[in-house]
Ligand binder design. Structure first.
Ligand code: PLP
Length: 360
């Protein structure tokens, strides 16, 4: 039986994206590869209608975490100090990365699932005058909370603090206002809302503020975005790229554009998620976060009484659906359902009825 992936990436592929993997073998030093790379770079900027003169899409081979780590290590200069806003696993991972690389930071911690408090942001910024950047997660996949960035970005902008954004699980399905929000870097990956294959990730950077880390102060060799940018801007690549994943991402971006871009993807995901949320409500399974604070991409639910995650997971898997457990302290109390990938509303109705068999 075909398994439908309702986990937050990798996602079920469309047939055309799967077929794209079978294109000819290609050397990453040949013109054909460079054309492919240039196409993907342009199409990624097109997702949010960004101007090529001001913005650069930098392509990496690695999962989403590699793009996030590249962003933090390459964009914060030696004397910089980053404020990291945490309200879930991925925000805390940003802090962990800065510790590994000995980047100076300051954390604004919230409990997992809690909304980011703008007042606390204002206060911590005024108490720490040496801050140079603010890093945070757009959609906290830990809980499904979509952090409302506009008011937070406004506070940072007034203090001239550019944003470093982990948008791995929102890029392509939620609004991202690069100009207005003062985004310096935005990290994402091929295999979430863009419906590509795992193995390729990218950072969209504001060209004006690149190059602040001088080569002699680079914190990383493989993940240095400045190296990638110089090379990709001059029709090269510093290292071997995930060629087949590039083929798949290029085709996924064609499909993305044809179906109507991020706005349509947002509407499609919401339609599926409404089906899921309504079905859960009828089974008295409570959502963790109110709808207006959730992403369209993933929602979390409390486990039904007397049913363990393992029982739930195994029943759904036997019937062709893969769900996702809670992380850390939430492992025993919640489960997560994502709507990304080549699935449709009928699949979600079927998912609800299969779940209903177990619950009732
Ligand atoms: C999936 C995800 C990542 C990256 O995870 P990988 O396993 O490295 O692909 C980073 N941040 C967020 C918010 C995510 O959802």
């Amino acid at each position: 039986m075909k398994q439908l992936l309702l986990n937050p990436g990798p996602v079920c592929l469309s047939e055309r994206v799967r077929q794209a993997l079978l294109q000819p073998d290609l050397c990453h030093r040949e013109d054909e590869f460079i054309a492919l790379q240039n196409n993907i770079r342009r199409k990624l900027l097109d997702v949010y209608a960004l101007d090529e003169k001001q913005w650069a899409a930098i392509l990496l081979t690695g999962s989403g975490t590699s793009a996030v780590e590249a962003m933090l290590t390459s964009l914060v200069p030696e004397h910089g100090r980053v404020l990291i806003i945490e309200n879930g696993v991925y925000g805390e991972r940003l802090t962990h990365m800065t510790e590994v690389h000995q980047i100076k930071t300051c954390s604004l911690h919230h409990e997992w699932g809690e909304a980011i408090d703008p007042e606390r942001l204002v206060n911590i910024i005024s108490d720490n005058q040496d801050l140079t950047h603010v890093a945070l997660v757009h959609h906290e996949t830990t809980t499904g909370r979509l952090n409302h960035l506009a008011p937070l970005a406004e506070i940072c902008k007034q203090k001239n603090l550019p944003l470093l954004l982990d948008a791995v699980s929102s890029f392509g399905a939620e609004n991202l206002d690069f100009e207005d929000w003062g985004i310096l870097g935005c990290a994402a990956a091929a295999n979430k809302c863009l419906h590509g294959v795992p193995g390729t990730s990218f950072v969209i950077c504001n060209r004006e503020h690149l190059g602040q880390v001088k080569p002699e102060h680079a914190r990383t060799l493989y993940l240095d975005l400045n190296t990638y940018l110089d090379s990709q801007d001059t029709n090269g690549t510093p290292f071997t790229q995930s060629v087949q994943c590039f083929y798949a991402l290029d085709e996924a971006l064609n499909e993305f554009e044809e179906v109507g871009g991020w706005q349509q993807r947002n509407a499609d995901y919401w339609q599926r998620m409404e089906t899921v949320r309504n079905g859960m409500e009828q089974m008295c399974i409570q959502a963790l976060i109110p709808k207006e604070d959730c992403s369209c991409v993933l929602n979390a639910f409390h486990l039904p009484d007397n049913i363990s995650y393992e029982t739930l997971h195994d029943h759904l898997k036997r019937n062709g659906f893969i769900i996702y457990a809670g992380q850390g302290g939430l492992a025993k109390s919640i489960f997560r359902v994502s709507c990304m990938g080549e699935i449709n509303d009928n699949d979600m109705h079927r998912f609800i009825s299969v779940l209903n068999e177990l619950v009732n």
